[in-house]
Design a binder for this molecule. Structure first.
Ligand code: ADP
Ligand code: MG
Length: 404
């Protein structure tokens, strides 16, 4: 077995980047992982075909191209991670693989012999039928038609975003068949939505920074310039002394403000001293700027989180306490963080005015940040009832498995 897999794997080694190859070729087992740093994660299917590959080598092939037997092709079809359907020219499903059964929720018996439009939401059935007829009348020359993004209808009535590739096949007699490879792209769509929200959030942060730089610091610098000019022209010694003290105080305030901005941009204290310390500086800033007090009870939760999750949690708490200080109409809030049963839970609670929850921007980016690290956000609020934001994040190494 060891020798057989090595032979087979060595044929595929060329598809992998150099750092992976030696490990792969020397491996006799059935599974391996390509390090994600070198290569995007891949799902690999291995068939017991090592011998077949060699046996199927076409004797007349000058380049020694390997040809799989019908049995091997069937194995590929059955084990494909994509749902595969074989549909005849009339649009009737003639064959399907186990992944199609799992994806759509219908049994093989229910789907075989029924129209492929059964898998298309009612609203798009006519359009789909037309596409199909056009494809039958003039199929594209390339073997796999360009992938189409569509919605598929499952047995339970839910619809699934899918990517469909079509290829024409001449199986047996008759006018031929179409092989449809169907990929569930729910996860990919979610990721695309997350990255859009994150890009929009970054742009929003830049906008608010530029506003703060303009309204706060540029204005104070302009005022300071005028004061310094007036100071030089002030004849009275005592008045000059008072003006100097004033100017020094304003410069100090501007320095503190810039330090706050730098901390907001990149909380270096987070890496150096941990989450509780970095949050404590942030809470101090809130007190200085808004006179807003935070009652904090923070366990050493960053022991359970990796650096990405710690930063995301920091940003979530930052957004929530800033919202409480700016919008809740009260002078204090409570922040807690603890780890329990495989998750870290952080809660930001205020007894303020509350609000009608809508898909607001900052709140949305909190959700996306949590989703990126496999966590979630729960928001409990109502007018006059205060607001509680609860972030739940899986501890490092316990991330929930990505749904298939
Ligand atoms: N703790 C809170 N108390 C009261 N209202 C809040 C609170 N948090 C958020 N809100 C309301 O939700 C809105 C959206 O919040 P957010 O998306 O963070 O945007 P922004 O803070 O930029 O206004 C706020 O404008 C405010 O009306
Ligand atoms: Mg906000």
């Amino acid at each position: 077995m060891q020798a057989k897999w090595s032979t087979l794997l060595s044929r595929f080694a060329i598809l992998l980047p150099p750092p992976v190859r030696p490990a792969l070729v020397n491996m006799g087992g059935l599974t391996w992982q390509c390090p994600a740093v070198h290569h995007p994660p891949v799902r690999v299917l291995l068939f017991d075909a090592g011998i077949e590959v060699t046996a199927g080598r076409r004797p007349d092939s000058a380049k020694g191209v390997c040809v799989l037997t019908d049995r091997d092709y069937r194995a590929v079809f059955e084990a494909s991670p994509e749902a595969m359907l074989v549909v005849d020219w009339e649009g009737v499903i003639r064959d399907l693989n186990p992944r199609a059964v799992a994806m759509f929720g219908w049994s093989r018996e229910e789907l075989e012999g029924s129209s492929v439009e059964r898998l298309v939401p009612m609203a798009s059935r006519n359009r789909h039928r037309k596409y199909r007829e056009d494809y039958v009348n003039s199929p594209p020359p390339s073997p796999m038609g360009q992938a189409l993004e569509l919605l598929a209808l499952c047995k339970d009535g839910t619809s699934l975003p899918v990517e469909v590739s079509l290829s024409r096949a001449t199986l047996g007699s008759g006018p031929g068949h179409v092989i449809c490879a169907v990929r569930d792209i729910t996860g990919w769509k979610q990721m695309r939505q997350v990255s859009r929200t994150m890009v929009a959030a970054a742009e929003n942060e830049r906008k608010s920074l530029s506003r703060e730089l303009h309204d706060e610091y540029l204005q104070s610098l302009v005022a300071l310039k005028i004061r310094v000019k007036l100071l030089a022209e002030e004849p009275d010694e005592e008045e000059r002394g008072r003006a100097r003290v004033h100017i020094a105080r304003e410069i100090h305030a501007a320095i503190q403000g810039v330090k706050r901005m730098i901390r907001g941009l990149h909380p270096s204290e987070l890496e150096q001293h941990g989450l509780a310390f970095a949050l404590a500086s942030q809470f101090r800033d809130l007190r200085e700027v808004y006179g807003f007090k935070i009652h904090a009870k923070l366990d050493q939760v960053d022991d359970h989180l990796d650096s990405v999750a710690t930063l995301a949690l920091y940003r979530i708490i930052q957004e929530a306490v800033n919202n409480a200080a700016r919008h809740a109409g009260v002078s204090d809030a409570t922040v807690t963080a603890r780890s329990e049963g495989g998750v870290v839970v952080a809660e930001i609670r205020d007894e303020g005015c509350g609000f009608v929850f809508d898909r607001h921007f900052g709140l949305n980016s909190m959700r996306e940040r949590a989703a990126m690290i496999g966590g979630r956000i729960a928001i409990a609020t109502a007018p006059g009832k205060g607001t509680t934001i609860r972030a739940t994040v899986p501890v490092a190494g316990a991330e929930s498995k990505e749904p298939r």
